[in-house]
Ligand binder design. Structure first.
Ligand code: TPP
Ligand code: MG
Length: 386
């Protein structure tokens, strides 16, 4: 007889009190271990490890960042629907995760994004119009990474975690005291690149923060298909701390990321931050989430909207008045109009530009391809079409 089956035959607890206690413990351990500083209703709560005391100006600034980012994102989606962009990956719902973590970075820190980090790009001072150039297909990336220490968007899932780790190892060799942050998603956490990045960053004690936005979906795959344990717990197996933060709480995201970056700067190595959030929109404009997820799920997350909860706090504490909200609305509309006009005015690139910047010193193969393409184009000239 096995120990387990003996245990199974033990009489059940008869005391109602004991049963209730056991239920409570089980319920507690099943709950995600979430760092939260602002409840979904907009109430400030304290956390013993992550205290933060932003000024009213800073709070209004975070709110403004989120509102403008959402407005820009909505304009980009509309532009794609009208044929002005090839594709758009919306950040709707993830504003707090991105603005909180983005505002935690220092100017000399270095950021490695995925393709959805429009809010982080905003915090780094990247011109939003440049983000759209890439999705319109008129440039090779859109911005110089070294101007704002913000790498180009990376579509190859998880690969930037390795780039960030290598960069962070370089920071240590340079003797600099800056830190690096790599963004990726719940789906990316299953990639080998991410596991390799965890291993290297841990053993080389690299000053890198892994910021995983768990938005519950990797296109149509739910997080349950990525992991059997909460994602932040993965870090423990690699030998560095992991923390789960309410990704719809901008204050908690700011505090947790700031602490992780400071830890990295002190030479204490990597941290995994799992921002527990939700992708309220489609994966990209090519996706239709109604095919694989229920409206009720989205509605439940809408009640935890990152912008609404900060607004509720600003209003209840009288930290912002009607003039502030009205002016911000005007500013949002101006931003939408500005990016729309700027995108439409973008000149089409020269057809041959695709062959530029492939290799720094050129390549015989690219030269051959360029010549072939030029000949093909020339074949369409008047009277010469074959
Ligand atoms: C190496 C690689 N495999 C597959 C894809 C196709 N792909 C694009 S986005 C995506 C899902 C990523 O999900 P997640 O990491 O959760 O990020 P999210 O899109 O939710 O922000 C996949 C599989 C890719 N771009 N790169
Ligand atoms: Mg995801």
């Amino acid at each position: 007889m096995t120990v387990d089956s003996t245990a199974a035959r033990k009489p059940r607890r008869s005391s109602g009190g004991k049963r209730a206690a056991a239920k409570k413990t089980a319920a507690k351990s099943a709950q995600p271990d979430l760092v939260q500083l602002l409840t979904p209703e907009g109430k400030r709560v304290e956390h013993p490890e992550y205290s933060i005391d932003p000024t009213p100006d800073e709070l209004r600034g975070l709110y403004r960042d989120m509102v403008l980012t959402r407005r820009f994102d909505a304009e980009a989606t509309a532009l794609q629907r009208q044929g002005e962009l090839g594709l758009w990956a919306s950040l709707l719902g993830q504003e707090a995760a991105q603005i909180g973590s983005g505002r935690a970075t220092r100017e000399d820190d270095y950021v490695f994004p995925t393709y959805r980090e429009h809010g982080v790009a905003w915090c780094r001072g990247v011109d939003p119009v440049n983000l759209l150039g890439m999705f319109r297909g008129v440039n090779h990336g859109g911005w110089d990474p070294n101007t704002n220490n913000f790498q180009l968007y990376t579509i190859v899932i998880g690969s930037q975690a390795l780039h960030a780790t290598g960069y962070a190892m370089g920071v240590t060799k340079d003797g600099a005291d800056s830190a690096v942050i790599a963004y990726f998603g719940d789906g990316a956490s299953s990639q080998g690149d991410v596991a390799e990045a965890f291993t290297f960053s841990a053993v080389y004690n690299a000053p890198v923060v892994f910021f995983c936005q768990n938005n519950q979906w990797a296109i149509s795959e739910p997080t349950e298909k990525q992991t059997r344990v909460p994602l932040y717990q993965r870090a423990q197996g690699f030998g560095f701390p992991g923390v789960r933060v309410d990704g719809n709480d901008v204050l908690a995201c700011l505090a947790v990321t700031r602490a992780a970056l400071e830890r990295a700067r002190r030479g204490e190595g990597p941290t995994l931050v799992e921002a527990f959030t939700y992708r309220m929109g489609a994966h990209t404009t090519s996706d239709d989430p109604t095919k694989y997820r229920r409206d009720e799920e989205r509605e439940a997350w809408e009640a935890k909207d990152p912008i609404q909860r900060l607004r509720a706090y600003l209003e209840s504490e009288k930290l912002a008045d009607d003039t502030f909200f009205t002016e911000l609305e005007d500013e949002s509309e101006k931003l939408g109009k500005h990016v729309r006009e700027a995108v439409r005015a973008m000149p089409d690139p020269d057809m041959m530009a695709i062959f530029e910047n492939v290799y720094a010193d050129g390549s015989a193969l690219v030269d051959e391809e360029r010549a072939q393409f030029a000949a093909y184009q020339a074949s369409f000239a008047d009277g010469e079409a074959k």
